[in-house]
Design a protein around this ligand. Structure first.
Ligand code: FAD
Ligand code: DHB
Length: 390
């Protein structure tokens, strides 16, 4: 039998940042992850870090490589109706974002935890959470064929949307809010220098497209597609053809092509569970909510949750106070819903909806408004760089 103060399920951004923050406050944790370390470190996902996420990682001692290799951006470009419009974050908010792959953040966090003798159990199978309504919750799991049990004071459910923590809560104790979208994203990683210094969000009659990057040599690109899209229908030539059409803009602009290193299709949903707590288990990140990717918010929201949780646990262990823990769900949800709104808004403004031509004209008017009104640009910018974390 093992003992820890906080048992954390999941070694994604939420679980790893939480264990790092807790360690800095002298609080012991164990992270249980069902995949291998290599899998976690190579899984390609998000790439945009909000200003506050960057600060938090740097203050937590895991920002050194991010500061060196991350690409600091002071704006994004919107393309629509043959026009290009820059949203200038620096002018509108005084802030920037950093493009640094989620898997790089994960590598830095795992390295920091391992170097500090932090306990992360990879390939932990059949993880189960028990006795959540008592002061002594337990986590059971199998590792290398043997059964193990961890006794904790608290459990952090950081195991993503498909994890086991949320489903371990009696359904009558939760309220679910969900919205599905009739489209997905086909994402590629290409061995090609980015074609622009900044991200380009393009609304086109053929559908949305996004130009992003991972480094001066690697471009990340996305195309709106069907959520059930068959990748076999998308040979490399078709992907490039479609990207050229949808991203076209500016006389001198040219999309660089290169070998496609990775391809995948992601569905889109908005999802929130309330409350984000049951007994002594606290849900954080994708275990509690999902946003469509258009606002680049998923990873940032996961980090914002665990920041609140780490502070509340610090209050508990340093002075026995429980008010911050009791307020955890409410504190997080006030940000979660604002980020849901922004992600939904960006998604509905930038994706092509089948059927009603009214929507197309409305979307063009919306983009024109955002491009021509300082107030509207500023609203986009302040949400994109990240609402204050207080
Ligand atoms: P996760 O990163 O999902 O971490 C959960 C961890 O728990 C994983 O390591 C998982 O292996 C582990 N786990 C799951 N079940 C168990 C179990 N039973 N026992 C033990 N461990 C378990 N966001 C964007 O902003 N932009 C993007 O382009 C983007 N692309 C994405 C692409 C994909 C395919 C996915 C799935 C998500 C994407 N996201 C994107 C969202 C973003 O990556 C997530 O919001 C972010 O990873 C949330 O972090 P998390 O720690 O809450 O969850
Ligand atoms: C990336 C992903 C996003 O969802 C987004 O809005 C911007 C960039 C990326 O993977 O680089």
């Amino acid at each position: 039998m093992l003992r820890t103060q906080v048992g954390i399920v999941g070694a994604g951004p939420a679980g790893l940042v939480l264990s790092q923050l807790l360690a800095l406050d002298g609080i012991d944790s164990v992270v249980l992850e069902n995949k291998t370390r290599q899998y976690c470190e190579e899984r390609i996902r998000a790439g945009v870090l909000e200003w506050g996420t960057v600060e938090l990682l740097a203050q937590s001692g895991v920002g050194e490589r991010m500061r060196r290799e991350g690409l600091v951006h002071y704006g994004i470009e919107l393309r629509f109706a043959g026009r290009a419009h820059r949203i200038d974050f620096k002018d509108l908010t005084g802030r920037s974002i950093t493009v640094y792959g989620q898997h790089e953040v994960i590598k830095d966090l795992i390295q920091a935890r391992v170097a500090a003798d932090g306990r992360i159990v990879f390939e932990a199978n059949d993880v189960r959470v028990e006795d959540l309504n008592t002061n002594k919750p337990k986590i059971q799991y199998f590792h290398a064929g043997e059964s193990h049990e961890i006794h904790c004071d608290f459990v952090a459910g950081c195991d993503g949307f498909h994890g086991i923590c949320r489903p371990s809560i009696p359904s009558a104790a939760l309220k679910l809010y969900e919205r599905l979208y009739p489209f997905g994203w086909l994402g590629i990683l290409a061995e090609a220098p980015p074609s622009s210094e900044e991200l380009i969000y393009a609304y086109h009659e053929r559908g949305f497209a996004l130009h992003s990057m991972r480094s001066p040599q690697i471009t990340r690109l996305y195309l709106q597609c069907d959520p059930e899209e068959d990748l076999a229908a998308w040979p490399d030539e078709r992907i490039w053809r479609e990207l050229h059409l949808r991203l076209a803009g500016g006389r001198d602009w040219k999309l660089n092509e290169g070998a496609i290193l990775q391809k995948g299709v992601t569905g889109m949903r908005s999802f929130v569970v309330e409350p984000m707590q049951y007994g002594r288990m606290y849900l954080a990140g994708d275990a509690a909510h999902i946003v469509p990717p258009t606002g680049a918010k998923g990873l940032n929201l996961a980090v914002a949750d665990v920041r609140v949780l780490a502070r509340a646990l610090k209050d508990f262990y340093s002075s026995g106070r429980t008010d911050s823990l009791e307020a955890y769900s409410q504190t997080c949800l006030s940000r979660v819903w604002k980020v849901q709104r922004f992600s939904w808004w960006m998604t509905s403004m930038l994706h092509r909806h089948e059927g009603n031509p009214f929507d197309h004209r409305r979307q063009l008017a919306e983009l024109d408004y955002v491009a021509s009104s300082r107030a509207a640009s500023q609203s986009l910018a302040e949400n994109y760089v990240g609402l204050p974390m207080d």
